[in-house]
Design a protein. Structure first.
Lengths: 237, 109
């Protein structure tokens, strides 16, 4: 059975009962990895809900959601927090921020908010995009104005498909009722114009690769992309 | 005559309060019409085979070419009769027997 990854979950960090019910459902839906949104001030000690997910056999990656108001603020936050998180996602509601975020290799995920006026994922951004574009189904299911947001999401996915930008699908759920099967999210992406193979990859291989790569980077042995420390001079016999 | 190719989906409804099987069925039908329209609905040829009120599980059938659309429609369900709800596909199969028995899939070559 294929395993899926949901890189955006935002439950209350203290509500263990809610986390347990989410974990049970996620395990039933073959979700093997989740990205848990944890603000920097709650990073240590590890939030109690992490254990609830781990006991259900789900791997937990810590995710930082950045919403910078300027380019400088984004760069400062990346310098400060990048090494402490497995996933860094940036809200691209402001044009100068989005231009930097899509290009910076320290950013894993970019997200364009649909509920407020701001930047949209256009061709010029998609061409330079190193990060993955996030498709969050909670944007479609949790607020009013369904048609407008559906139109913007469809347009973004079409651009991403046309320019081969990486897309990832996730739920953005904070409770069990907002959870969806990742395979169903791939079906929504396919309905929006992404080829089925890319849609399937966006909820399985792409997020798994992203977290594996970042965990390697966070380890002391990975110096640079493609450069790994095998041993130090002192270790020589 | 060619045999029609169909797909069966084992789905699970998650609702905050208890709702009737009829309400769940109506929600699915309404959602199909809202998202893919009457024309898409006719092409999909969706049928509700069974819905259990006790555990919220059910079986739907549709044309195999439209199974992705049905999955997408189910993912966009947010409430049943005003009660917060979610619908998710647990498993899909070409036969009801395999779906009910939980027969493991053949590994892909």
């Amino acid at each position: 059975m294929k395993a899926y990854a949901d890189l955006h979950l935002a439950p209350s960090l203290d509500d263990v009962a809610n986390a347990r019910s989410m974990a049970t459902l996620l395990a039933e839906l073959h979700t093997a990895l989740i990205g848990l949104a944890v603000p920097p001030q709650r990073l240590t000690p590890t939030p109690p809900i992490v254990e609830a997910f781990k006991s259900a056999g789900i791997d937990v990656a810590k995710r930082l959601n950045l919403k910078p108001r300027s380019r400088e603020e984004l760069l400062r936050s990346l310098r400060r927090f990048r090494s402490r998180y497995e996933i860094v996602a940036v809200d691209c509601g402001i044009a100068p921020v989005s231009r930097v975020a899509v290009r910076d290799r320290r950013v894993d995920i970019v997200y364009f908010p649909k509920h407020e006026h701001g930047t949209v994922f256009r061709g010029n951004l998609a061409r330079n995009c190193r990060a993955a574009l996030e498709f969050d189904i909670s944007e479609l299911t949790s607020r009013l104005g369904f048609e407008g947001r559906l139109h913007r999401m469809k347009r973004e996915i079409e651009i991403a498909a046309e320019l081969s930008a990486t897309v990832i699908g996730c739920t953005g759920a904070s409770n069990s009722f907002e959870l969806r099967s990742l395979r169903d999210i791939a079906a929504v992406l396919h309905l929006f114009g992404l080829p089925l193979t890319s849609a399937m990859r966006s909820v399985s291989e792409v997020p798994f690769d992203m977290v594996t790569r970042n965990r390697l980077r966070m380890g002391k042995t990975q110096l640079e992309d493609g450069v790994k420390l095998l041993r130090r001079p002192a270790d020589r016999e | 005559m060619n045999r029609r190719s169909r797909r069966y989906l084992l789905i699970r409804f998650l609702t905050k309060e208890a709702v009737s099987a009829k309400a769940l069925e109506q929600t699915v039908r309404r959602s199909v019409e809202e998202i893919v329209g009457k024309f898409g609905s006719a092409e999909m040829n969706m049928r509700v085979i069974d819905i259990q009120e006790t555990d919220g599980k059910g079986i739907l059938r549709c044309k195999s070419q439209r199974v992705e659309s049905l999955r997408a429609v189910l993912a966009l369900i947010t409430n049943v009769d005003g009660t917060p709800a979610a619908a998710m596909v647990l498993r899909s199969s070409g036969t009801i027997k395999a779906l009910k028995a939980g027969i493991p899939r053949r590994p892909r070559p």
